[in-house]
Structure formats: structure tokens, C-alpha cells
Design a protein around this ligand. Structure first.
Ligand code: B12
Length: 205
């Protein structure tokens, strides 16, 4: 792991933000900085699983990641006429409150010229459907971090289908509890392991 990932595992906010600024100043690409942070968050997750880290550690690291996201957002912000851009509607599925990866994905898409509508976390299927009706997105992104929330992916896709919107949107699934098999089984169009490969796919649409 890199010093940045280590500092995140240690929940050392000052060092994390210093290292992020150093990376930015030396010209590192935003996705590379995110990848380093991901390594730290995954390691923290492993430690949590093994009983060597606790909920407050995860929460604190989550707060630091929010500050990292704030730090990186201006670097990827791009202007562009709303209305002329492709739209991504994104949210974390019902019963799941994790939002760091969703926020990073939203930020990367915004920076690439997409209009992003973010529904937040713990989003019920009906809320996705209502937002599709209101915003007419090109892509719907579902974020899933908890294996126990896997049924929410299926019910969301089913609700979108039942409401008659399945043919008008592409659905992609991402997050640490998602995989290509789940995406296929639940009727999603794409599994995005990370924001960047999803962006590549989105640009081919
Ligand atoms: C931080 C954290 C928390 C924080 C969340 C803070 C926040 N604001 O999000 C807090 C402390 C609140 C939390 C709570 C809980 N957590 Co938690 N948490 C984590 C941790 C350590 C890091 C997650 C993270 O942010 N990673 C960094 C981001 C950048 O990565 P990412 O989300 O995967 O996103 C990347 C890609 O997946 C992708 N992506 C993400 N979303 C999307 C969406 C789309 C559309 C696309 C295309 C791509 C995409 O792009 C991102 C960038 O590459 C993980 C460990 C892990 N390995 O994931 C556990 C983890 C997810 N949590 C876990 C658990 C169990 C919980 C709790 C149930 C604990 C509890 N007993 O209360 C609660 C959940 C409550 C709930 N109802 O949701 C487990 C889940 C186990 C499982 N298999 O289901 C994990 C895996 C830890 C573990 N190893 O046990 N958690």
C-alpha cells in the first residue's frame, strides 16, 4: 500500500489531505488518487471484518473521504449546457447507506460532461422510478455495498421495467457488493467495477 492508503487506514486526516494535495500538485490523475484511497478503504474494511477496526474508524475514514472528494471535485468540474448533455441518475439502493463510491462516480461523470442527478442513499425503487419519469436520464446507476441489499437491485430493476421505462434507460450496477453475475441476473446492462470503466462504457452508448 502507498503512504496515502496507509494514512487513510490510520484515519490520519491531515496526512491524507496533505498527500492528496501533493499528488494533485505533482500532476497525478484523479482516478489514480482515487485508486490509492480505495486501497486504504478496502484494507480498513478487511480490518473491520477481522475485528481490528471498528464502526467509528469506518465513519471517520468516510468523513476524510468526503473531504478528499471535495478537494478533487473542482479538478474535474466541467461546464456545459444543461439539457444538451447526457444524464446519469445515480443512487445507492434501498437499505444501504454507503455513499463514498457513488459520490466519486458521480463526480467523475460530472467532470466528463454528464449531467448528474444524485438521489442519495437508501433509495427505494419507487424513488428511482419517479426520478426517471421526471428527469429522463440516459443511464441509471445503482450503487451496492451490502450483500444484504442485493434484493434491492432486483426490485429496482423490476420496478423500472414495470413502469415501462426499461427500454428508455441503460442500467449500470457498481459498488463493492456488486459483480457481473449479479448485474446480469438482475437484468442490468452493465457492471461497473470502477467509475472509469463505466464512463468508457457510457461513452459508447
Ligand atoms: C466506509 C464504510 C462504512 C461507512 C460508510 C460511510 C459512507 N458515507 O459511505 C459506515 C461506517 C457508515 C458504514 C456502515 C456500515 N457498513 Co460499511 N464499510 C465501509 C468500507 C470500509 C469502505 C466503503 C467505501 O467507501 N469504499 C471506498 C469507495 C470509493 O469504494 P466503493 O464504494 O467500492 O466504490 C468504488 C466502486 O465500487 C465503484 N462504485 C461504487 N458505487 C458505484 C455505482 C455505480 C453506478 C458504478 C458504476 C460504480 C460504483 O466506484 C467507486 C470508485 O472506484 C467498506 C469496506 C469495503 N471493502 O468496501 C465497509 C463495508 C461495505 N461495510 C460493511 C458493513 C457490514 C457495514 C454495516 C452493516 C456495519 C454495521 N454493523 O452497522 C453498516 C451499514 C449500514 C447500512 N444500512 O448501510 C461491510 C459489508 C459486508 C457485506 N458483504 O455486505 C463492508 C464490506 C466491510 C466488511 N469487510 O465487513 N460502512
Amino acid at each position: 500500500m502507498t503512504d496515502l492508503a496507509d494514512a487513510l487506514v490510520d484515519c490520519d486526516e491531515e496526512t491524507v489531505l496533505d498527500l492528496v494535495r501533493q499528488r494533485v500538485d505533482s500532476g497525478s490523475a484523479v482516478p489514480d488518487i482515487i485508486a490509492e484511497c480505495n486501497d486504504g478503504m478496502s484494507e480498513l474494511g478487511n480490518r473491520f471484518e477481522e475485528g481490528d477496526a471498528f464502526i467509528p474508524d469506518l465513519m471517520f475514514a468516510g468523513m476524510i473521504m468526503k473531504k478528499v472528494t471535495d478537494e478533487l471535485t473542482p479538478l474535474v468540474r466541467q461546464s456545459g449546457e444543461a439539457g444538451s448533455r447526457k444524464k446519469l441518475l445515480i443512487g445507492t439502493v434501498k437499505n444501504d447507506i454507503h455513499d463514498i463510491g457513488k459520490n466519486l462516480t458521480a463526480m467523475i461523470f460530472q467532470g466528463s460532461g454528464f449531467e448528474v442527478i444524485d438521489l442519495g442513499t437508501d433509495v427505494p425503487a419507487e424513488k428511482f422510478v419517479a426520478a426517471i419519469e421526471e428527469h429522463h436520464p440516459d443511464i441509471v446507476g445503482l450503487s451496492l455495498l451490502l450483500t444484504t441489499s442485493r434484493p434491492s437491485v432486483r426490485s429496482t430493476v423490476e420496478a423500472i421495467t414495470k413502469a415501462g421505462f426499461r427500454d428508455s434507460v441503460k442500467i449500470c450496477l457498481g459498488g463493492a457488493a456488486a459483480d457481473a453475475v449479479l448485474a446480469q441476473e438482475t437484468g442490468c446492462d452493465f457492471y461497473g467495477a470502477g467509475a472509469i470503466d463505466t464512463l468508457k462504457w457510457a461513452k459508447t452508448l
